[in-house]
Ligand binder design. Structure first.
Ligand code: MN
Ligand code: ZN
Length: 500
């Protein structure tokens, strides 16, 4: 992964280098360390603020090249709005906004992590560092030519000046691993489908072994033996064989039931015989965003040595319209023994998940399972790209996810499940069919998945609108967003890790 921004911490007393970044509130008030760093440039700031109508609103910036009176190459003032109204996720935003202002000339950067009323807490300073790295990430591996106006990639060495260097470093160590996890997920989603097919995806997931994760790759033979007929039915239309990857991180007490995360990994989805239209079909390389999140999450948890037992499981296939592809009308037998009539081969994600969810339920008896899947276009009709759809059979788990979603900014909105929807997926020939018609399409998909969790506390996140192609944000300019890594890492940290 290309790291455009390197983040370190220094004391307030260290002399600023290169680009200087300071924060002010909506009364244009600066803290003591910032005032000291600004020195004689304070007056320049005042005049520049008036000239550009900068009012210190949260996330607004004032950019002054070669400011008079100080050594800084450039001065960037970032507004924080009303200090009393700042939320945790705003610090990520401040870091992201800062990174958005940097360019190839910003070799060295000093950020004074201070609010008008005093130094930022270690967690807040660390969040600034995370925001910087998240925003600076870009996927340009396949660009061999630079555009005229592109004078090179950003390679900034950022020093965040803080009151307590040791505390900030301690807070940033785990946070940095989480950022790595987000970037791994983004990278997987952004990769083209000729490069990232199931076997290659499994190989990349296997790199988690370096962190002490136990990785098991089930090939077609192994999955056939297990009876994963639903997943294999999808995979059979591609020359690229499918895989299921089981990743285990055992950081908790021996014998403690694990928490489990399951991801849909359709490396490319043509729709199969029920083929999609040509418009935007290229986006279907991102139909593995759920699996990408699970790999990124496992990285974060293992790298920061989370004190918990975790299972990550991903079903990897390519959904192609080959001569051997499954047909509408086919009936497949899932690992659970339940039979499924295929109505539309483009409703393949639930078929993949059905077998992986069942496998995880039976093999690991987890405390809970969360699955992530770019499952339905219908979830975008309902929620747009701001929230992932959440479906759950467990109020406690759902409430926790909602709360953490609001804190981290990776938000979820709970949608209903209910026996009333079952009739939409009744089949006249098999135990169920794989689509429930146009109405409530995300709900009937979730209702289908629920039949494969056997009562395990479970939440399904439909991330079709959030994992890829979502509008750019202050902390993400990448097509693959890495959605879910921060949300689920925090869920684990806050509720399921042994206290240190
Ligand atoms: Mn599909
Ligand atoms: Zn799909």
């Amino acid at each position: 992964m290309s790291d455009a921004v390197k983040v370190g911490f220094v004391a307030f007393s260290a002399a600023p280098r290169g680009v200087l970044v300071v924060f002010c509130d909506d009364a244009l008030k600066f803290g003591e360390a910032a005032r000291k760093a600004l020195g004689k440039a304070a007056d320049t700031v005042k005049r520049a603020a008036a000239a550009s109508q900068f009012k210190g609103k949260s996330g607004a910036t004032l950019d002054i090249p070669a400011p008079e009176g100080i050594k800084a190459e450039r001065l960037i003032v970032v507004g924080v709005g009303k200090a009393a109204e700042i939320k945790e996720k705003d610090f990520l935003k401040f870091g992201g906004v800062t990174a958005g202002k940097l360019n190839a000339a910003s070799a060295a950067v000093t950020v004074i992590a201070e609010l008008p009323d005093g130094a930022m807490q270690a967690d807040a300073a660390a969040a600034i560092g995370s925001g910087l790295r998240l925003r600076a990430y870009r996927f340009d591996r396949y660009k061999t030519k630079k555009k005229d106006n592109d004078n090179g990639a950003l390679h900034a060495d950022v020093s965040i000046a803080v009151e307590d260097v040791a505390a900030a470093r301690k807070a940033f160590a785990p946070a940095g691993h989480v950022v790595d996890g987000v970037i791994i997920a983004r990278e997987l989603v952004n990769e083209p489908p000729n490069v990232l097919y199931p076997v290659e995806f499994a190989r990349r997931a296997s790199q988690l072994r370096k962190l002490g994760v136990d990785v098991e790759v089930l090939d077609v033979k192994a999955m056939t033996k297990l009876g994963m007929g639903a997943l294999l039915g999808v995979a059979q239309g591609s020359t690229q064989p499918g895989r299921t990857v089981i990743m285990r991180w055992n950081g908790g007490k021996k014998g403690d039931a694990p928490v489990a995360f399951v991801g849909k990994g359709v490396c490319f989805d043509t729709g199969g015989i029920s083929i999609k239209g040509a418009a935007s079909m290229e986006d279907m390389k991102g139909d593995m965003g759920g699996a990408a999140c699970v790999v990124g999450l496992m990285h974060a948890l293992a790298a920061r040595k989370a004190k918990v037992n975790v299972v990550g499981a991903i079903g990897l296939v390519e959904n192609m319209p080959d001569g051997n592809a499954q047909r509408p009308g086919d009936i497949v037998t899932s690992m659970s023994g339940q039979t499924i009539e295929i109505i539309n081969t483009d409703a393949e994600g639930r078929l993949v998940l059905a077998d992986v969810l069942w496998y995880v339920t039976k093999k690991f008896k987890p405390k809970f399972m969360v699955d992530l899947a770019t499952l339905t276009g219908a979830i975008m009709v309902a929620l747009g790209t701001e929230y992932a759809g959440m479906f759950s059979n467990n109020d406690e788990l759902a409430d926790r996810l909602s709360k953490i979603g609001n804190e981290t900014g990776e938000r979820v909105w709970r949608m209903p499940l209910g026996a009333e929807y079952d009739k939409q997926i009744d089949s006249q020939f098999a135990d169920m069919k794989n689509t429930g018609g146009r109405h409530g399409g995300s709900i009937t998909a979730a209702q289908f998945l629920q039949r494969f969790v056997d009562g395990t506390p479970w939440a399904h996140l439909d991330v079709a609108g959030t994992a890829m192609g979502a509008p750019k944000t202050d902390i993400n300019h990448s097509w693959g967003s890495g959605y879910g890594v921060r949300l689920l890492d925090r869920l684990v940290a806050e509720y399921y890790e042994a206290t240190k």
